[in-house]
Ligand binder design. Structure first.
Ligand SMILES: [Zn+2]
Length: 253
């Protein structure tokens, strides 16, 4: 049994909506699992070594549930345009740069380091459409001690010519990527159709089948902006809702 005892000002959320602060308290973990937080050290642990963080805060790590790794180089920039113009003007050209593996390595190493240094240990992340850069991202996250999900983005229509796959390429690259993901222990693959305007019906259907077959979760974007919603309506006049794709519900009269 490995017992860890941390001492400091402990912030803990024992249940939803509850936040406790234990000043100069003790956090005790056995084999990496937290057993409890105590104001006074229980007698049975009194002979064990203590990691004393004195007046510092000890708190849970952060989980980032939506992060686009290839947009890291443009962090905080280009906030002057609405979604669809923003994608075409800033985002797609930036993401296209990740066909260069050396560039991907440099950026993703820095991103992984910055995440872990700022306390983010769990992620749910979009990569770009590039299979190799996605694997580099997963490698850097795993090496940095981060766990979570990463998706190779799928997009076979309506994009920048530098950042588009054919339907066949998108499916084949996804399957190849999934095969290569088996070497990771803490970073898992997630199927990631960018959003409806970027993915043909044929691609969507195939990604659904892949997710089913490999029991994979899916992430995407939905109804983020009124122009996007209107565009999806134009592209899919037979659907009542953006999320109804594939179900082919007839429009209400
Ligand atoms: Zn997003």
């Amino acid at each position: 049994m490995i017992t860890t005892i941390l001492k400091g000002n402990i912030v803990s959320a024992a249940s939803f909506g509850k936040l406790d602060i234990t000043e100069n308290g003790y956090l005790i973990a056995e084999n990496g699992i937290i057993k409890g937080i105590f104001q006074n050290l229980p007698e049975k642990y009194s002979s064990l070594p203590i990691e004393d963080y004195s007046n510092n805060l000890i708190l849970q790590s952060f989980s980032d549930l939506h992060l686009h790794a290839p947009q890291y180089p443009m962090l905080g920039m280009g906030m002057d345009l609405p979604l669809l113009d923003w994608l075409n003007t800033y985002t797609f050209p930036t993401e296209a740069m990740f066909n260069d593996n050396n560039y991907a390595r440099k950026v993703y190493k820095k991103l992984a380091k910055e995440l872990i240094e700022n306390g983010t240990t769990r992620v749910c992340m979009f990569s770009s459409l590039h299979r190799e850069a996605t694997l580099i991202l997963m490698e850097e996250l795993e090496n940095a001690g981060i766990t979570g999900y990463v998706g190779k983005v799928n997009m076979d229509r309506n994009s920048n010519p530098l950042l588009q796959e054919t339907t066949k390429e998108s499916i084949e690259e996804t399957l190849k990527w999934l095969d290569e993901c088996k070497r990771f222990q803490y970073i898992k693959p997630m199927i990631t159709p960018r959003f409806t305007p970027s993915c043909s019906d044929e691609l969507m259907e195939n990604l659904g089948k892949i997710a089913d077959k490999y029991h994979l979760p899916i992430q995407s974007h939905l109804s983020e902006n009124t122009n996007e919603i209107a565009w999806v309506q134009e592209l899919h006049t037979d659907c009542t809702h953006l999320w109804a794709l594939g179900q082919r519900q007839p429009l209400q009269p």
